[in-house]
Design a protein around this ligand. Structure first.
Ligand code: SF4
Ligand code: SF4
Length: 410
């Protein structure tokens, strides 16, 4: 073959390059192409060399190598790239490569002297939701109380903790009244034992904030403040059918959402049946790891290759996964003693008593206890799905594993 060709990948193809393996991923159609032979891997790496500006010239020698020829044919046939005759297009194509380049990248400026000033600009927009635990008292005796809340937002009793002082709460709501954050999730203990619930009406007079009250169904009772907001009913196993029916009757005209906590398939089947008997078909399911149900988690929570690739993953999502943890980013947790965390499983980053929320956000952006935790440990670090996979969740933290997938067993 005498002709020369230009070869390049389409701009919507994400390349995940790991040591001796490479994945070409079509962010629009979800198609993928794995490359394990060294010659095509080197070819793709050449495309990404700065001086090549996204395309490479192929010589006759390149085409004489069967693995390169096959690779190029696969890429072109799948619409992931193009081969252009250099005689017809003598000027080398310049292709914009999908490389994440952020003007605003905390890691790039966090050690600079004026880091605080840079970050403080518009800092309130980073806060996406606030999760407040109002009190710790509750008369129920759920076996796994105290562990649920480490895996998903749920009530949690602690008889030794005080209730969140009214002054702390008032001050917090005032501070965020002009923040863009809209969602405020609230739970206890038994929130009905919190004396100052009325505050959520008086301090939301412009009605801009959305309050979600997370209540165990056994604790539910009619309340003029809570009932005007969104009610989230937590249901664990075994279910008290009489109480569930009663609560359903009391809440069916209200904005109510049901949450099932399940430890295995049998519990799921029983709870689903219980809900369907009273006409509830719409609910959210929260698998709960009790230390003894790994098999259930392996079957229902661990990701397979098919799960990861089930739907196209956009370039935006992939870039986002490179820089922040979408499960944690923007969330703050307020404990009854005023302590503030970026995730219930991570370290305390402030206290309402002495810290302003903007300073706490600033601190988290810099110190990264949770918001920017990405898949940067083995085995994810060297896995081609590193940034295609959903971000690290509380389940990884609680199971004390870097990954919950069937692709790399740890
Ligand atoms: S109802 Fe909630 S707070 Fe009360 S014991 Fe059960 S899990 Fe704990
Ligand atoms: S090892 Fe990590 S990145 Fe790879 S598939 Fe598993 S969870 Fe995803």
């Amino acid at each position: 073959m005498k002709n020369k060709y230009w070869f390049f990948l389409a701009s919507h193809i994400f390349v995940s390059d790991k040591k001796d393996r490479l994945l070409l991923y079509d962010t629009q159609l979800g198609k993928r192409l794995f490359v394990v032979e060294s010659e095509p891997i080197q070819l793709v790496r050449r495309i990404y060399e700065d001086e090549n500006l996204g395309s490479v010239e192929l010589s006759e020698r390149d085409f004489s190598v069967a693995v390169i020829r096959d690779f190029i044919n696969d890429v072109v046939a799948s619409g992931m790239g193009q081969l252009v005759d250099a005689q017809q297009q003598p000027i080398k194509p310049v292709v914009l490569l999908p490389i994440l380049s952020l003007n605003f990248d905390v890691e790039r400026f966090k050690d600079k002297e004026n880091a605080d000033a840079i970050l403080s600009k518009n800092i309130s927009k980073y806060l996406l939701d606030i999760n407040i635990i109002l009190n710790g008292s509750c008369q129920q005796e759920c076996i796994h109380c105290g562990d649920y809340c480490k895996q998903f937002f749920c009530c949690c009793k602690n008889e030794h903790t005080q209730s969140l002082p009214k002054g702390f709460l008032t001050d917090l709501l005032r501070q965020i009244s002009y923040f863009p954050v809209q969602t405020i999730n609230l739970t206890g203990g038994n929130i009905y034992q919190y004396e100052d619930l009325g505050i959520f009406e008086t301090l939301n007079d412009n009605g801009k904030k959305i309050f979600n009250f997370y209540v165990h169904y056994q604790n539910y009772q009619e309340n003029s403040v809570v009932d005007r907001q969104n009610i989230h009913l937590m249901i664990n196993y075994p279910v008290n059918m009489g109480k569930l029916k009663e609560v359903h009757l009391l809440t069916q005209e209200k904005k109510t959402k049901y949450h099932l906590i399940i430890e295995n398939e049998e519990q799921y089947n029983e709870l689903e049946l219980a809900l369907s008997k009273i006409g509830i078909e719409d609910f959210e399911v929260h698998p709960f790891y009790n230390g003894d149900n790994l098999c259930f988690f392996e079957e229902s929570v661990f990701l397979s290759e098919e799960d990861i690739l089930a739907n196209p993953i956009s370039m935006r999502e992939i870039f986002r996964n490179q820089k922040l943890n979408a499960n944690s980013f923007g969330s703050l947790y307020i404990l009854p003693d005023g302590d503030i965390k970026a995730n219930l499983n991570s370290a305390v980053i402030g206290n309402l008593k002495q810290d302003r929320i903007v300073d706490v956000i600033n601190y988290e952006m810099m110190q990264n206890t949770a918001w920017r935790r990405v898949r940067s440990d083995e085995p994810c670090l060297n896995c081609v799905y590193q940034y295609l996979c959903p971000p690290i969740s509380n389940y990884e933290r609680v199971l004390n594993r870097p990954n919950l997938c069937h692709i790399h067993k740890t």
